[in-house]
Design a protein around this ligand. Structure first.
Ligand SMILES: [Zn+2]
Length: 262
């Protein structure tokens, strides 16, 4: 499931391939991903415009087409973007294809169809209405500290709560807790300043590193949990067997030796 680092990678990809090109058509192969807009309306509103710039917040990507016209993309479980030149064939599961003047296209590919495409007027208004918390890479330490200080419960549940901090999903929450040396079920109410600082640093480190590596699984450090999680997985730090548990209804992987409940 695309989380903040994947969506940031899509943003950079879209910026480098699809900005400033005249949109000649929008082909909707499957209107299931369209939210509050019809295929006809989407095409009519975007035709003749250009994507001018993009903005990411949490797992949402916003692409500006004019002052009060933004495309909102959410990648659901399996969404991704693919830029196609000339004769390159679009993936079978491409749901919406933005066609540009030089016969190139940008495909919104989404096998499982949990993705979302919507037209909105104003990004700030959308963020307010949807109640999303600050972006996990934009939040400063004092805000992070206040956010955690005001909430009790499993630290992992807090990291996953998009209303408190936006962008972190199941995989990266586990990954952040690993270098922070915290068990995912630790009650955040007991955190001291040092714990909070360690968690904040781990959050930034993991998200920034994943973005720098373009979230390429094969390039992720072997010292990370992500490349070891799963049955028979061993802790890359101490070599003991990793454990799993369901925490806030998601499967968590962790090492009980390296990650203690504080
Ligand atoms: Zn360990």
């Amino acid at each position: 499931m695309p989380e903040l680092p994947e969506v940031e990678t899509f943003k950079r990809y879209l910026d480098s391939t699809s900005l400033h090109r005249l949109i000649t058509n929008v082909e909707v192969q499957d209107s299931y991903v369209l939210k509050r807009v019809s295929a006809r309306e989407l095409s009519r509103r975007l035709k003749g415009r250009r994507f001018e710039r993009s903005h990411r917040h949490g797992k949402h990507l916003f692409v500006r087409a004019s002052d009060d016209l933004w495309l909102r993309l959410h990648f659901g479980m399996t969404g991704s973007l693919e830029y196609l030149k000339h004769e390159e064939i679009a993936p079978k599961t491409a749901r919406v294809i933005f066609r540009f003047t030089n016969s190139s296209r940008l495909a919104f590919d989404d096998q499982r169809k949990f993705g979302e495409i919507e037209l909105i007027k104003n990004v700030d208004e959308f963020l307010q209405t949807s109640g999303l918390g600050p972006d996990a890479l934009e939040i400063g330490f004092s805000q992070f500290k206040a956010m955690l200080g005001n909430h009790r419960g499993a630290v992992k549940a807090i990291l996953l709560n998009q209303q408190l901090i936006a962008g972190i999903g199941n995989l990266y929450a586990d990954e952040i807790l690993f270098p922070a040396r915290m068990h995912p079920a630790t009650d955040a109410a007991g955190f001291g300043d040092e714990d909070l600082a360690r968690l904040f640093r781990a959050t930034r480190y993991v998200l920034e590193k994943a973005i720098a590596l373009k979230t390429d699984f094969n390039r992720l450090p072997k010292s990370w949990l992500l490349t070891h999680r799963g049955k028979r997985g061993k802790c890359p730090r101490c070599g003991r067997a990793l454990k799993s548990a369901t925490i806030s209804s998601r499967t968590s992987w962790f090492c009980t030796h390296c990650q203690r409940r504080i």
